[in-house]
Design a protein around this ligand. Sequence first.
Ligand code: GDP
Length: 449
Amino acid sequence: TFTVAIIGRPNVGKSTLFNRLVGKRLALVDDQPGVTRDRREGQGRLADLTFRIIDTAGLEEAFDDSLAGRMRSQTERALADADAVLLLVDARTGTTPLDNHFANWLRSTDKPVILVANKAEGKAAQGGLMDAYALGLGSPVPLSAEHGEGMEMLYDALRPLVDAAEAAEKAAREAAEGDGDGKGERPLALAIVGRPNVGKSTLVNRMLGEERMLTGPEAGVTRDAIASDWAWKGRPVRLVDTAGLRRKSRVSEKLEKLSVAESLRTIRLAEVVVLLLDAAEGLDKQDLTIASHVVEEGRALIIAVNKWDLARDRDATLKAFRDRLATSFAQVGHNIPVVTFSAMTGQGVDKLMPAVFKAHEAWNRRVPTAALNRWLSDMTERHPPPMVKGRRLRLRYMTQIKSRPPTFAVFQSSRGELPDSYGRYLQNGLRDDFGFGAVPIRIYFRSGK
Ligand code: GDP
């Protein structure tokens, strides 16, 4: 379970917040007066979020000689168990050296920290709030644990962290289940889309290794493509409903366009989408529309050029495809994998599935938070975020919220719209430095309130 540690100097209201999050009844059970306690734990709840919560209160009596040092060792233990930290400060008294001490120290760890300015009800809190900004942990979440105010802001700050942890856990579980001989591994959902006659059926027949679908000039039969399961090198693959395979007759198909609605449906069912093209026909507007749908839907895209046996100048043909992709997809164009083969002769078809699995792996990849934040500080050092309204935007923390496709949250320390160009800088950096290839990458920027 997601674990939150409440950290802060004495008297900032840690226990009050703990009680509020855990609920009075539970807190009383855990709280044993008269017993020297290092920490209390309980099941915290905030709207639909539940988490384990550790309170580090109750130290003040024990060690006032070297409070900072003693609290630190105490806090260190709580921190080791925590997925996130709430650093509490007192919005009324303003920050003290001990607050600074905690802030500095927490900044040096890679645990996500939510700065909470407690006792923020009423006007007396204004000064302390401004103070809290200076701790360098981003905008404080102002709340009143006592009065239960501002809890929705705490929720907003906590939610992405809980989501990220849950997604990481799920991915780890799936990866573990996927180990071994492939049994229990979820099949890779693959779609093959393309205009009529590019050779989808031929390719599918070849991949499945049997004449499961009819193809060839005489085929005038309704072919209903259903999901087909097979294994590639022992790894399960599910070929999802293939747009364009369901046609009534050869006569109408010449006129038929690949229906965008139909391919969209297929794309949504898939994890990896192979857009099949005909070497002789190039990449037309319709193909590009489909390709951009794949990217917009956050699926991994592979371009496969079929009928390579008919291509005359192969180098020039391939270059033309690549150039077209590069100009049409500014961000990822040059990274989109292009595979060439002849579905009819079988030549080169064996390159397809390795490319599919490679894209799938990147699509599923998770980057550990510590590595991401090291990377983020490198990136911002090399090329600092711009000034907005006289203040330099600071990006203080980053985490991968989910994979499939890789999705990241970057937490800004102050409000202000980060220009798109900076987002692209980070996106391209992630792509290059963590090997995401052409897989769509999403980044959300959040500023504290
Ligand atoms: P679909 O409409 O995309 O399913 O295309 P089909 O698989 O039915 O193929 C359309 C036509 O192209 C058929 O006549 C196939 O024999 C032919 N074809 C498919 N793949 C190749 C290939 O690699 N090379 C050549 N020369 N012809 C191919």
